[in-house]
Design a protein around this ligand. Structure first.
Ligand SMILES: C[S@@+](CC[C@H](N)C(=O)[O-])C[C@H]1O[C@@H](n2cnc3c(N)ncnc32)[C@H](O)[C@@H]1O
Length: 281
């Protein structure tokens, strides 16, 4: 993983990119959330990735909407008795430091080793608001993933699993493997986000280094039905475009798209499609 330049040179650099968008949102007087550590974590590399993206990709409206929607789902899950959070591919997310959380809540972050080591160092002077631990694991390695889940879910009965900004970087077969692995009795909810085939093309063509080093792969033609066919049930699905419009974060030129009927979440077709979905089983 590189820590310089303006390109995405490894999939873990995408975590710097999303952190920078959280930093930018946090700096607004009308911020939808406050992530004071995001700037430090994104670093110069995160800023350079965003500064060098085409202007249409620079505002990060999709990331701001996604963050806010997932923050709200976490609060609702905790109110409904969630007793553990597993943030898979947590990247440089800082929710354990910035959300109001029960101090006894067990929160486990998983990601690739180098990224987690860097994050732990950068946050060494910070205290989380709950019981936070981190585990380095390659989430597409079935054996390592199974061992991780056995340990991470031990003693839980109503866990929330987050995979925010992960699935698009995986092959379909790895998403199937993950979907089956997470379907355990201790898991009450699985929060996913993904795009449709059209946005996959756009993203791979427009962000420097994306197509070569962290291409979008998973973008199911059948939207949430992909997960339903694997035994998951959709509790809630929200369009990021519609949410960004509601939150007043959609760039002016995109607003007319938000006035149109949003794509069918089970058949997005060629329309721009990016959603967060809360699943259960
Ligand atoms: C776009 S970032 C998302 C980070 C964070 N969830 C967020 O929303 O800001 C993608 C993350 O997936 C992680 N990742 C990609 N492939 C992975 C794998 N096979 N196992 C574990 N983590 C992985 C990367 O290291 C990176 O932190």
């Amino acid at each position: 993983m590189s820590s310089s330049g303006h390109r995405i040179t490894h999939v873990s650099d995408t975590a710097r990119w999303t952190a920078l968008h959280r930093a930018n949102e946090s700096a607004r007087p009308d911020a939808l959330f406050s992530d004071p550590l995001a700037e430090r974590l994104a670093g110069e590399h995160g800023r350079a990735i965003v500064d060098n993206a085409p202007w249409r990709q620079r505002s990060g409206w999709w990331l701001v909407a996604r963050t806010k929607l997932i923050d709200d789902v976490i609060a609702e899950a905790i109110a409904a008795g969630c007793d553990r959070v597993l943030n898979l591919a947590a990247g440089l997310d800082t929710r354990p430091y910035r959300l109001e959380l029960p101090p006894n809540l067990v929160w486990i972050e998983a990601d690739l080793p180098q990224l987690l080591a860097e994050k732990t160092e950068l946050l060494a002077d910070q205290t989380p608001r709950c019981r936070l631990t981190r585990t380095a694991v390659d989430l597409i390695d079935p054996v390592a993933r199974c061992a991780f889940l056995d340990e991470a879910l031990d003693g839980a009965s109503k866990a929330l699993v987050l995979t925010e900004g992960l699935l698009m970087y995986l092959d379909d077969r790895d998403v199937v493997g993950l979907a089956n692995a997470v379907k355990r009795p201790e898991v009450a909810w699985w929060m996913v986000n993904f795009t449709g085939p059209e946005l996959k093309k756009t993203m791979n063509n427009r962000i420097a280094g994306m197509r070569q080093n962290a291409p979008f792969k998973f973008a199911p033609e059948n939207g949430v039905a992909f997960f339903e066919e694997l035994g998951w049930r959709t509790l809630e699905v929200q369009s990021l475009l519609a949410a960004a419009h509601r939150f007043r974060r959609l760039p002016l030129l995109m607003r007319p798209i938000a006035w149109l009927r949003q794509p069918d979440p089970r058949r997005p077709g060629r329309k721009p499609f990016a959603v967060v979905a809360l699943l259960t089983h």
